[in-house]
Structure formats: structure tokens, C-alpha cells
Design a protein around this ligand. Structure first.
Ligand code: ATP
Ligand code: MG
Length: 416
């Protein structure tokens, strides 16, 4: 037997309806916020991620699926959604359309990581990117959108943390102060953080290692180093969040440690799904489009992991409705009856009724058992008497009522 590769999963019908529901809710919420779908390729030139995610990140350092194609080009399966969207924004001249461009995507992502609960090698992200505005209210809108989506789904127990990591002007001073503070404890940092010390000191604040957490607990806070512009921006984000009643906590340890990430950063975290508790992470990236060769257009966005979202939904006790259920099952009792069932089912299917009929030559008792398994609302029995009279015996499986219904009236009888 050949197994699926480690860290990948088959999505089977017993679960696929949940994904469809989450995706449908995502699309509906996006529509209400004026956000349109964008689909970018599954793979990009590796350089898109080297520049768009950034060297010095875990993703680029060790998680990418990179290979040379037969033409000798270096190709990478997308490890995240933002870089590809930014590349598409530039390549398609979207900066010349009416801005902001408000985009969402639902896509699979690939990262070579150690698989565990909420961490896979192929996983899925729902994300948005608002491109072309530098205003604080659009940061708040991105956050409000995520919150609205979570609320619509009935997710409970998420905490929203926000922070500002400043801009080129204020971050330099902060990084010096941070390194100054960490210097004396350098040897006690984990090996990864020792590497980060020079390349990307901000990321040390984000380390999950317990020793590093203790060391950084009393580190200087970026929020005390913000320049006036960044401080005003951060204040405004909070004003807009308060306006819409979004609860949040300020957490100076939330970071996105790359040069082109600026100002607002945020995460929605769950306490209820184990160690991989960050369901959604995002922020402002005013330098990204330029880094990828575009004009000086600003942006803000987030990405959430759909697998983790489903774990949180389960932990929240949300029963996801199965909208794929068959509503009518035909139970014919012989060959002639089956021919009739076959045509009736087709007629009703054309009218949008989800029907099924016996394809296994089961006896009538077994057919009812099967119909029960399908969870149908109605069973239409066709025996020789019914066939002669041109009717079905329609049983309502929810209340047990039975009635004879002429073929011509069947649609009317089952349509809601
Ligand atoms: P983590 O701290 O879990 O490694 P990250 O900082 O790598 O997260 P992002 O790059 O911000 O994550 O991705 C956004 C979201 O995508 C995460 O919050 C998470 O929900 C999801 N995600 C990231 N990596 C994985 C993975 N390997 N498997 C499943 N979901 C993932
Ligand atoms: Mg990661």
C-alpha cells in the first residue's frame, strides 16, 4: 500500500462539508467587506519568497519546498499567500486601478515542518491583503474583518493581541536597546535565537523556548520607542477597534521580524487547541511591494490556518451544518419500479432536489436502513401498486407521516 506523504491529509466526505461551510462563510463575509478573490499560482519563482517572505525567516531558512524544474529554474511551492499576491499586484499593474485593492485568497500552502496537531506540511490558509492605503483605519478594518468572520462561525475563546513594531526610523533604535539588554544573557539564549541576535533580533521576542521567554520577559518594549508617526498610527488603530467594540490586548512580544513589516501587527490566539494556538496572524507591510520591485504602495493583511480554525470550531462546540445531505431517497421494489425511480430522480435533480435511489438491489428493509444512514428527510417507496396508480408512498422520516403523492406533485411535496 502507498501512503499519503507525511504531513499531508486526505479530506473525506465526512469532513469536506465543514470546509465548504467555512469557505462559504469566508466568501460571504469578504463580500460584505468589499473584498474580492484572487488566485495565484501554486508555485512561484523561488526569488518571490526569498524577497517577499525574507531571508532570515524560518520559512525561507528551512521550510520551503524548493526544486529545479526541467528547465533549470528554481521553483518553490508557496509556503504562504502574501508574497504571491504582492507579485501579482505588481505584475498586473493593479496599482493603476482604483485603490485600495482589497483581496482575499483561500489556498493550500507547503512547509517542510515537523507534523503535529495543527501543523502540517500541506495546509490551507484563508487570507486577505489590502493594498494601496497607509491609513490606520484600514488596519482596523482588516482586524475587524477577521473578528466578524470568527463571530459568524461561532468561534469562542480567541484572544486578539495587537502591537506596533514601528518603522525604519524607530525600530533601529529599539533593536539597539534590545540587543544591549540581551547581550549579557546571550549564552543562555537557544541556538536559534543566538543566530537571530544579529540578523533579526526582534524575532527573539517571539521564541517559544521557555528559557528565551524568561529572558525576554523584562526586555525593553518596542512601544516605548515608537516615533510620533507610528504612535499616532497605533493610537488610531485602537480608536477604530474601540469604535466597533473589538476587544484586544496590547502585547509587545507580538512581532513580524522583517524590515518591510511596519507598524501594526496582530494575532488571534486560542488557549484551547494545544501548542499551535495562533489561528490568525497579520500586520502592515509598508515595504513589501517595493521590495518585490513595485511602486511604493503600502499594505496590510493577515492569514489564518483553516486546519487550526476547524480545531477551534470543534473546541468551541460548534455543530457545522451539513448542507450536502440528500433530501429524498427513492426505494423501488422491483426492476420496473426502479426504472420509474431512475427517471423521477433525474427530473427532481434537474429542479435542484438532492435525490438518491437504490443502486445496490437492496431489499426494502435494507433500503430504509441505508436511507437512514444518508440522513434523508423523505423516502419515496415505489411498489407495484404505486406504479400502477402513478404515485409514490412518501414517508417523512422526521415525523413518520406517510402519504400517497402523484408523480406530478412530488416536487411540490419535497421542495422545502
Ligand atoms: P507558527 O508560529 O505556528 O509556526 P507562523 O508564524 O509560521 O506560525 P504564519 O506564517 O503567520 O504562521 O501563518 C499564518 C497562519 O497559518 C498561522 O497562524 C497558522 O494558523 C497557519 N499555519 C502556519 N504554518 C502551519 C502549518 N505548518 N500547518 C498548519 N497551519 C499552519
Ligand atoms: Mg511557522
Amino acid at each position: 500500500m502507498i501512503n499519503a506523504p507525511k504531513g499531508t491529509k486526505d479530506l473525506l466526505p465526512i469532513d469536506s462539508y465543514k470546509w465548504q461551510y467555512v469557505e462559504k462563510t469566508a466568501r460571504e463575509t469578504a463580500k460584505a467587506f468589499g473584498i474580492s478573490e484572487i488566485r495565484t499560482p501554486t508555485f512561484e519563482h523561488t526569488e518571490v519568497f526569498l524577497r517577499g517572505v525574507g531571508e532570515g525567516t524560518d520559512i525561507v531558512n528551512k521550510e520551503m519546498y524548493t526544486f529545479n524544474d526541467k528547465g533549470g529554474r528554481s521553483i518553490t511551492l508557496k509556503p504562504e499567500g502574501t508574497a504571491g499576491v504582492a507579485r501579482a499586484f505588481i505584475e498586473n499593474g493593479m496599482a493603476n486601478t482604483a485603490l485600495p485593492a482589497k483581496l482575499f485568497y483561500i489556498t493550500q500552502c507547503f512547509r517542510y515542518e515537523r507534523p503535529q496537531a495543527g501543523r502540517l506540511r500541506e495546509f490551507h490558509q484563508f487570507g486577505i491583503e489590502f493594498l494601496g492605503s497607509k491609513e490606520a483605519d484600514i488596519d482596523a478594518e482588516a482586524i475587524l474583518f477577521a473578528k466578524t468572520f470568527f463571530d459568524k462561525l461561532g468561534v469562542k475563546g480567541l484572544t486578539l493581541y495587537i502591537n506596533s513594531i514601528g518603522c525604519k526610523n524607530c525600530r533601529g533604535k529599539y533593536e539597539e536597546a534590545l540587543k544591549d539588554y540581551l547581550k549579557s544573557q546571550y549564552d543562555n539564549l537557544c541556538p536559534l535565537c543566538r543566530e537571530r541576535f544579529e540578523k533579526n533580533p526582534l524575532r527573539i521576542l517571539d521564541c517559544k523556548n521557555e528559557d528565551c521567554k524568561i529572558i525576554t520577559a523584562n526586555a525593553p518594549r518596542i512601544l516605548d520607542y515608537l516615533c510620533d508617526e507610528c504612535q499616532t498610527h497605533f493610537d488610531k488603530v485602537q480608536t477604530y477597534l474601540n469604535l466597533s467594540g473589538v476587544e484586544f490586548k496590547i502585547n509587545a512580544n507580538i512581532v513580524r521580524g522583517l524590515d518591510y513589516y511596519t507598524k501594526t501587527v496582530f494575532e488571534f490566539v486560542s488557549e484551547n487547541i494545544g501548542a499551535q494556538g495562533t489561528v490568525c496572524g497579520g500586520g502592515r507591510y509598508d515595504g513589501l511591494i517595493k521590495e518585490l520591485g513595485g511602486a511604493d504602495e503600502k499594505g496590510v493583511g493577515f492569514a489564518m490556518g483553516i486546519e487550526r480554525l476547524l480545531l477551534v470550531l470543534e473546541a468551541s462546540g460548534v455543530e457545522i451544518p451539513n448542507e450536502n445531505k440528500i433530501s429524498l431517497y427513492f426505494a423501488p421494489m422491483g426492476e420496473k419500479e426502479k426504472e420509474k425511480a431512475f427517471s423521477l430522480a433525474y427530473e427532481l435533480r434537474l429542479k435542484g432536489i438532492a435525490c438518491e435511489l437504490d443502486h445496490m438491489s437492496r431489499g426494502i428493509k435494507a433500503q430504509f436502513k441505508y436511507a437512514d444512514k444518508l440522513g434523508v428527510k423523505y423516502v419515496a417507496v415505489i411498489g407495484s401498486t404505486e406504479l400502477e396508480k402513478g404515485v409514490v408512498k412518501l414517508k417523512n422520516m422526521q415525523n413518520g407521516n406517510e402519504e400517497e403523492v402523484a408523480y406530478a406533485n412530488l416536487y411540490q411535496a419535497v421542495k422545502d
